[in-house]
Write a protein that binds this ligand. Sequence first.
Ligand SMILES: Nc1ncnc2c1ncn2[C@@H]1O[C@H](COP(=O)(O)OS(=O)(=O)O)[C@@H](OP(=O)(O)O)[C@H]1O
Length: 327
Amino acid sequence: MPESTASQVSSFSTTFTPAHLKFINAKLEKLSPEKIIEWAMISLPGLIQTTAFGPTGLVILDMINRIHIDQQSAANVHPTPASSSASEDESDDNDDGHFKKAGYNTQRHPVPLIFIDTLYHFQETLDLAQQVQDHYNIPLKVYKPLNCETTAEFESQYGQQLWETDDLSYDYLVKVEPGRRAYQELNAQAVISGRRRSQKGDRAHLDILEIESGTGLLKLNPLATWSFQQVWTYLRAYQVPFNALLDQGYRSIGDWHSTKPATNPDDERSGRWEGKQKTECGLHVDYFKMRAEFQATQKKKQALLASRDAAAAATPASTPATVVVQA
Ligand SMILES: Nc1ncnc2c1ncn2[C@@H]1O[C@H](COP(=O)(O)OS(=O)(=O)O)[C@@H](OP(=O)(O)O)[C@H]1O
C-alpha cells in the first residue's frame, strides 16, 4: 500500500466507536475507489467480496485484480485462525493458510469472492459467472439455499413461486441464509458490496464503510459515490466482461422473476420488483430483524398446519357409500 493511502486512513481498529467510523468515512470519502479497496485489502482482516456480477461488482473485481500487495501486508489481511491440528504443510502457509485451505490463491487474488446462487438467476448471469472466473483465473465460492442443489429440490420443500406467496421467507431462504453461511464459513469480518448512492432508495445515503450492529461485521461500499455512467465507462475502458442483458436495457439484474429492463432511465433499479413496494432483497437490511421475521412466519405456518391437521383428525370419517346390488 502506498504511504499516502496508509497515512490518510490509518486508524482502523475492530473496536471502533461511531465517532471512529465517522472519522474513517470522512477520510474514505476523499479517496478514489482504487485507494479505498487498497486500504481495505491492507487494513481489514477477513475481507471478502460478495457479488451477483452486477456492473459495480465487476468494476470492483477488476480493481482488486489490478492491485498488488506484498506478502507482509497480505499477512495482516488474512490471519490464520489458531489451529492446533494444522498440518506441517498448512503451517508453512502461515499467514494466509486459512484461505489457501478454502481454495483461494491469495497471491493472485487475495479477496475471496462469493456468489449466492438463488437457483432463479438468468442463464446470462450464470454464464457471466463462468466467464469471469476464466477471465481472471479466480476461484468462485458459490452458495445455494440450504440442502438444495436445484430449483426442483427447492420447490419440493417450499412450493412453487414462494416469492409470490411469502416473499420474506423466499428472500431469507435464497439470499440471506446462504450469505450468512458464506460469511461464517470464510471467517469473513468485512464484506465488499456493489451498492452505490446513485441506485437511490435506501442506498441514497450509503456510507462507504458500515458496521452491522449486533455482529460488528464491516460492510464496504467502495463505489458508493459513483454513477452508473462512471461504472459503464470503466467497464468499457478496461474491457471487463459484463452481463449480456445490459445490452437489452437491463440495468440491475437479480432473479428472473423479479427483474425487467429498467422502466425509468433515471432509476437503474426501476426494473426490479415491478409493481411492488419492495426495493431490497434482504441482503442489505437488518439481519437479526429479517431472521426474527422469518422465524415468526415459519411458526405461524406450522401452527396453521397443526390446526388443519387437528381439524382433519376431529372430522368423523365419511360413511362409505352403500352399494345396492340388484338381484
Ligand atoms: N446473488 C448475490 N450473490 C452475491 N452478492 C449479491 C447477490 N445479490 C446481491 N449481491 C450484493 O449486493 C449488491 C447489490 O445488488 P443489487 O443491486 O442487485 O441488489 S439486491 O441485493 O439484489 O437487492 C451486489 O453488487 P454487485 O457486486 O454489483 O452484483 C452484491 O454485492
